[in-house]
Design a protein around this ligand. Structure first.
Ligand code: ATP
Ligand code: MG
Length: 189
């Protein structure tokens, strides 16, 4: 393919729309889904846009680097979960917490108070069937058309991938974990 053809291929089919809220999905089993979403949060915040990140699964009391940064710049990153893994003992509680966080997400989406809403690790409650994908799609379709919503996590449901405007799959090529290197502060949490 020539360079001209390559450029042509990447042109929009219709005329460009100036403003459109996007549904963005960062999925796949490589690293970078959450941090890419936070890059957008930072970029949008820099433009005085109103941003919020709701973290599913991650422990309610987590004090990761991103939460510390958010506090310093006056942005809300709200974690509500019990740090679920497949070894969790109280799955009912894990599910209930995800549903409570989803109710908060719906309020934030409908509030008109935000330009960007990030639902971090939100693919898991859908993937495990705790929150119906159809309900999520209804909420996304009913949102203010200017609102950007970013969803992260592995195993994004196909219906969500189909509906989203921008989907990126992170693919793991190498991870220090495979070499027995532990998670590094500031890089992984
Ligand atoms: P990050 O938060 O660093 O952007 P992520 O959101 O893409 O990562 P998750 O699937 O949410 O990744 O997992 C979170 C943690 O698991 C991170 O500490 C990350 O470094 C680690 N991780 C991600 N991908 C892999 C992998 N392929 N092998 C081992 N650990 C991984
Ligand atoms: Mg993540």
């Amino acid at each position: 393919m020539t360079r001209a053809e390559e450029i042509e291929r990447h042109q929009p089919v219709r005329g460009p729309r100036v403003k459109k809220g996007l549904v963005i999905v960062n999925t796949g089993d490589g690293k970078g889904k959450t941090t890419a979403a936070m890059g957008v949060l930072f970029r949008a915040w820099g433009r005085d846009m109103r941003v919020v990140m709701l973290q599913f699964i991650k422990h309610t009391t987590a004090r990761f680097g991103e939460q510390r940064a958010a506090k310093k710049i006056g942005v809300d990153i709200l974690a509500y979960g019990d740090g679920f893994t497949w070894r969790s003992k109280d799955m009912d509680r894990t599910q209930e917490m995800a549903r409570i966080q989803w109710n908060v997400a719906k309020e934030k989406i409908a509030s008109g108070l935000y330009d960007v809403v990030i639902l971090d690790e939100f693919t898991y409650p859908m993937h495990y069937g705790w929150i119906p994908v159809a309900e999520v799609l209804e909420v996304l379709k009913a949102r203010n058309p200017d609102l950007h919503v970013i969803i992260t996590g592995r195993s994004a449901p196909p219906e969500l991938v189909e509906y989203a405007d921008l989907v990126t799959e992170m693919r793991a090529i190498k991870h220090p974990y495979q070499e027995g290197i532990k998670a590094q502060p500031g890089i992984e949490f």
